[in-house]
Design a protein. Structure first.
Lengths: 64, 159
């Protein structure tokens, strides 16, 4: 039996729970991202993960 | 462990693995501000692709994630053929290899909903924005709700 897409599962279907999340969303950072190219967005992700990799080990229960 | 996305995607593309990026990395490339820690890809289940996947990843110590150490897990063609979706740890980080994904089906099913992008100094396929939202909705995970809300706003704005 092959894969059958669900016709009711669409990207733009209104969901009241998602509408609440949208209301509280700070879209300013996303707006900045949308002005970047995909290469620049990828580089941003690389930079963020390098930062996390570097600083996460410094966080300990004694030094939260 | 946070995945070295650049290295992971370079390994997959340079070894001619057929895959489509889904999940958080696809979201980032569509403009999402949420940061992901692993790489999720839907891979082709063709015989040749399974052979390439087995040979390529063998070099990077693949092992099942969140499973006790020391189990007799072998990463080879037979394992991939007998399985479907693999959540792996590797020496370059966490990698989810999906043969089929809820809301999207297989690699072949997803191909018409993919687009080629440039990123990490490479060119590769990611799932398009509309389908990414559908996949995340189909997954039904509470942690994705804020991400879906953001992706819907991006979709509404017109990327």
């Amino acid at each position: 039996m092959g894969y059958e897409p669900d016709p009711y599962l669409t990207a733009d279907a209104i969901d009241p729970v998602l509408e609440v999340f949208k209301r509280d969303l700070d879209f300013s950072l996303t707006e900045k991202n949308l002005r970047l190219t995909t290469d620049e967005r990828a580089q941003q992700l690389v930079n963020a993960t390098r930062f996390i990799r570097k600083f996460r080990p410094l966080v300990t229960p004694e030094n939260p | 462990m946070i995945t070295d996305f650049e290295k992971a995607l370079r390994i997959l593309t340079e070894n001619k693995i057929e895959f489509i990026v889904v999940g958080g990395v696809a979201g980032t490339l569509h403009g999402s501000s949420f940061i992901t820690q692993d790489l999720d890809v839907v891979y082709s289940r063709s015989r040749e692709n399974i052979q390439r996947l087995a040979a390529t990843l063998q070099l990077y110590q693949p092992y099942l994630r969140n499973v006790a150490e020391g189990l007799p897990f072998r990463w080879d063609e037979k394992t991939i053929r007998n399985g479907l979706n693999f959540t792996l740890t590797t020496s370059f980080g966490d990698l989810d290899l999906l043969g089929e994904v809820a809301g999207g089906g297989t690699f072949i099913n997803l191909l018409p909903f993919s687009q080629e992008v440039s990123g990490f100094g490479l060119r590769f396929k990611i799932v398009n924005l509309e389908k990414l939202i559908v996949l995340k909705r189909a997954a039904g995970r509470p942690k994705d709700l804020a991400v879906i809300a953001e992706l819907q706003r991006i979709l509404g704005r017109g990327e």
